[in-house]
Design a binder for this molecule. Sequence first.
Ligand SMILES: Cc1ncc(CO)c(N)n1
Ligand SMILES: Cc1ncsc1CCO
Length: 220
Amino acid sequence: MPLFDRLKSDCSADWDAYVRHAFVEQVGAGTLPEAAFRTYLVQDYLFLIQFARAYALAVFKGRTLSEMRSAHAGVKAILDVEMDLHVAFCGGWNLSEAEMEATSEARATTAYTRFVIDAGLRGDLLDLHVALSPCVIGYAEIARRLASETRALDADNPYRAWVAEYAGDAYGEVAAAAVDKLDVLGAELVTEARYPRLKALFAQACRLEADFWQMGLDGA
Ligand SMILES: Cc1ncc(CO)c(N)n1
Ligand SMILES: Cc1ncsc1CCO
């Protein structure tokens, strides 16, 4: 079985708790309190700064020019595209980028981002990509499901721009490339002796994603 499918299937309880978290369902329904979304989005801005560092580590750990270029595209997609969404939302609340950047990290933000960076520092490119994968692949799955099963994209949903961004083709292609990269690295590097440690990294990243949603909910 390709590595991503195997991880998702072996960690299905943690995966489902992440992609079906109450925060996500309330975004889809448009019922999430604004304070929860705001707490989440400011923290996500800080999260993305650290996640760009994690992708920069994947540039450093790339074994070929091609691996370095695709990790570099990840850094750029975060710093030059995804963060614009956060800036646009925060501008609507009269919150400047400088104020967002000056906000302290919540424990959930520090825990998740430094866990991923540490997995990559200690391990090789595969460990790093396993720890990175629930982020981009999970958000694409969440947003596509919300767009198709709920009224998330209706004009009266305050979170429709968020859902549209992550359900869009550009983000979907980034997520598909992440699945592909994991499967290719998996075919090359996974042994049965190594697999349990990869599974533990994946499961922990899913739990830290669920904690991140919870941090947002607790902010309301
Ligand atoms: C916490 C978190 N996970 C995943 C993504 C997807 O990019 C994000 N922006 N934030
Ligand atoms: C855009 C983006 N957001 C989180 S990770 C990533 C880049 C994946 O290549």
